[in-house]
Design a protein around this ligand. Structure first.
Ligand code: PLP
Length: 399
């Protein structure tokens, strides 16, 4: 008889966003006339940049002509896109070669697939609060998760802990959900720790485009020693609104080896077995993101979301509510007022002002008592949510 992967039985019942969706659905069925403002899930609201749309259209036209038609694409990515991304790094002073870049159909897919490179017996360290997929992907693979709690006291960017060594280490900067960023000094400590212990860091840079502070690294490969201990996973989802279009990229240095095995070569072998490449049309659109005009347009979109962050931060400042994020990241991570627990605060906001956020507890137990707002909505909804939030907080604090 078939034996299923019993590790699925070890997953928590419902994925965080599914749980939220259920509560919101139930509320709107009971209150069909109420307008719900969604500042929960991190999906973008602005359309793709014009330059990207033109490139996608060009890609479609290419497929209509025998002379420019593309069939299967190279498994590790179109050479034109690998080169474009390689140059993007080199222009930032990070020396990588084009064949260290792998094109993917998004960071989520890659965060799951990349675990094929690691033995089942490896342990995985997750700095919490964290994007839930890290823990779940390792549970599905039957791996042991080690949790390292971060806190408002260490700015949600903890130092390595000698008591918590692991084979795989997840670092997400700018972080989802806390919006916190790792400085060069902090990252250097993690790189040294990984090299000393023979660990591999999976660096999730899905939000690097939101960094505005010049001293914060966009890539872990800005840190000396990272090429022997890190893999970087990136995405155009939030950078350029590709959440539904799907494109990402991963950097695996050729210098990354363990026990005589080379991770770059292993990934080439993996990709040539498990994918037939990302669509030509999408890769064509993706390349346009890195053009001069593409960069200008995506930065305008990011500035739009940053404006939303400012609108929400003004309300939190007015009531002296502690928070991180909102500056180098599209998320604001706040301490629930009156020491409310995060699901209680969620229910209050949903029931009283019809604003949906994300309870911190869903990102790990140390997220309890915190709450995440996403700034990816429209200005109109964010302004309306800020007005409702202000009156809710006035009432809560009897002001
Ligand atoms: N990594 C982090 C930290 C994220 O927050 C997300 C999406 O929200 C992803 C990865 C997944 O991105 P993608 O849309 O490229 O799958």
């Amino acid at each position: 008889m078939t034996k299923p992967n019993m590790n699925y039985a070890n997953l928590k019942d419902s994925y965080l966003f599914f749980g939220i969706a259920q509560r919101v659905k139930k509320y709107s069925e009971l209150n069909p006339d109420k307008k719900i403002l969604r500042l929960g899930i991190g999906d973008v609201s602005l359309p793709l940049a014009k330059t990207v749309i033109s490139a996608l259209a060009e890609g479609v036209s290419d497929q209509a002509e025998k002379s420019s038609f593309h069939g299967y694409m190279p498994e590790c990515g179109a050479p034109f896109l690998r080169k474009t991304i390689g140059e993007f790094y080199r222009n930032r002073g990070v020396k990588i070669s084009d064949d260290e870049v792998f094109v993917s159909s998004g960071a989520s897919d890659e965060l799951g697939d990349i675990l094929d490179l690691f033995d089942k017996e490896n342990s995985a360290l997750v700095i919490e609060p964290a994007y839930p997929a890290y823990v779940d992907a390792n549970i599905i693979a039957g791996r042991k998760n080690i949790h390292l709690a971060s806190s408002i006291e260490n700015g949600f960017t903890p130092d390595p802990d000698e008591e918590k060594k692991a084979d795989i280490i997840y670092i997400c900067s700018p972080n989802n959900p806390t919006g916190a960023v790792f400085t060069k000094e902090k990252l250097k400590k993690w790189v040294d720790f990984a090299n000393e212990n023979g660990s591999v860091i999976l660096f999730d840079a899905a939000y690097e485009a939101f960094i505005e502070d010049e001293n914060i690294p966009h890539s872990i490969f800005e840190i000396d020693g990272a090429s022997t201990c890190a893999i970087e996973i990136c995405s155009l989802s939030k950078t350029a609104g590709f959440t539904g279009t799907r494109l990402g990229y991963t950097v695996i240095p050729k210098a990354l080896e363990r026990q005589g095995m080379n991770f770059n070569s292993m990934w080439v072998r993996n990709r040539t077995t498990k994918t037939n490449g990302v669509s030509y049309i999408i890769q064509k659109g993706g390349a346009a993101v890195f053009s001069k005009q593409g960069q200008k347009e995506i930065k305008e979109n990011i500035a739009y979301y940053k404006e939303n962050a400012k609108i929400l931060m003004r309300v939190l400042d007015e009531f002296n509510i502690e928070y991180t994020g909102g500056v180098n990241a599209p998320y604001i991570w706040l301490k629930c007022p009156k020491n409310l627990d995060s699901w209680a605060f969620f229910d209050m906001l949903l029931n009283e002002i019809q604003v949906v956020g994300t309870p911190g507890e869903g990102f790990g137990s140390c997220g309890e008592g915190f709450f995440r707002f996403s700034t990816f909505g429209s200005h109109e909804d964010t302004i309306e949510a800020a007005i409702r939030l202000k009156s809710f907080l006035k009432h809560l604090f009897n002001k």
